[in-house]
Design a protein around this ligand. Structure first.
Ligand code: SF4
Length: 348
């Protein structure tokens, strides 16, 4: 039985696991074995890790806890998308989404339970903040969704609940468990961090050795509109955000995506689209237009397909690489901004 000071194994990133094993007098290669058991093979407990010495399994059982998240609910969309609610050992509930496309599977995972950013179009933002997730809790979401689909996740996106850069260390730790060949084996370029525009996080990511992909939720390039839609981003103004992103591209040689949820009459007006073109023009980025999904209570309306095509054409004429995202899972509230905190009290 673990003692009361036992460490939650999911709270440890790879260096943390290595340090714990070293403290137990183990050689370095045991870390790889442990990562594989925890995140690729989903061992239910330490006893099941049969290629670890019995004394080590016993020590791990004594000093650490290992509790997989339990499935609270699965919802299946007509388009194949599935949304999951998971409950962790402390009762916290988060959601993830599995999006199959041919032989690929993208998993959108949560980095926090709830969110402090308060974006007005987002159901999570309206639910308040609960806690940061651990690296292992992020990796488990991706493994478990893959297992439900009977395939390995090919891509993972930190675009579920939470602002990943407000939980920077754990998010990077989670991505590294996903990237590890012993863990989920997903290539760094297939691992995306989606931020609302937290400048210190973008700066820090530009110094990391891995080629993780960066996406920024922009949603308006007019300061007053963005302040209203995304009040939590006010301390990182657009002018500074653009400069930071340009620095990021110069340091890393990588092209970030600007996510832009188009809301009729809000940010699809000529002035808004011109501001977007000015923001995105002249540097290496990609604009992803997302006609907004209806979220009950927000009043946000979806622009017509004609208007979406006009906006895309205008950006393209300005030389900006642009795409329109095909929405998935709208019928089960699994689309961007629709993940909620309605399970967090455990009321189901
Ligand atoms: S859109 Fe993202 S950053 Fe904004 S409130 Fe929702 S989860 Fe938080």
């Amino acid at each position: 039985m673990p003692d009361s000071t036992a460490v939650d194994i999911a709270s440890l990133d790879t260096p943390g696991l290595a340090a714990a094993l070293e403290a137990l007098g183990q050689p370095a290669y045991r870390t790889r074995q442990l990562v594989a058991w925890l995140y690729a093979r989903l061992a239910p407990d330490f006893e099941a890790m049969t290629d670890l010495p019995a004394a080590l399994r016993e020590a791990l059982s004594e000093y650490c806890t290992l509790t997989h998240p339990t499935l609270v609910e699965t919802q299946r969309s007509a388009d194949g998308t599935r949304k999951y609610a998971w409950r962790f050992a402390d009762g916290t509930v988060v959601e993830s989404v599995g999006i199959p496309t041919g032989d690929r599977l993208t998993v959108c995972f949560s980095t926090q339970a709830g969110c402090v950013m308060g974006c007005t179009f987002c159901a999570t933002g309206r639910g308040g903040f609960v806690r940061n997730l651990h690296p292992g809790e992020m990796a488990w979401q991706v493994t478990l969704v893959g297992r439900d689909f009977g395939m390995r996740a090919s891509n993972a996106v930190a675009m579920g609940q939470g602002e990943p850069f407000l939980n920077y260390e754990a998010t990077l730790g989670g991505l590294r468990l996903m990237r590890s060949k012993d863990g989920l084996g997903i290539g760094a370029r297939h691992l995306t961090i989606s931020t609302s525009g937290v400048i210190p996080g973008i700066e820090r990511l530009s110094t990391e050795p891995e080629q993780f992909t960066l996406a920024v939720s922009l949603h308006s390039a007019v300061q007053a509109t963005r302040d209203r839609l995304m009040p939590g981003t006010r301390r990182w103004p657009l002018v500074a955000l653009r400069d930071t992103l340009i620095d990021y591209t110069q340091r890393t040689g990588r092209r970030p995506t600007l996510e832009f949820a188009l809301i009729a009459g809000e940010n699809d007006t000529p002035a808004e689209v011109t501001a977007l073109a000015d923001f995105a023009g002249g540097w290496m980025c990609h604009v992803n237009l997302i006609p907004v999904n209806p979220v009950p209570g927000t009043g946000a309306a979806r622009p017509t397909d004609v208007r979406v095509a006009e906006v895309a054409a205008l950006l393209t004429r300005r030389g900006i690489e642009t795409s329109v995202r095909v929405e998935r899972g709208t019928d089960i509230d699994a689309a961007c901004g629709q993940l909620t905190q309605r399970h967090r009290t455990g009321s189901g």
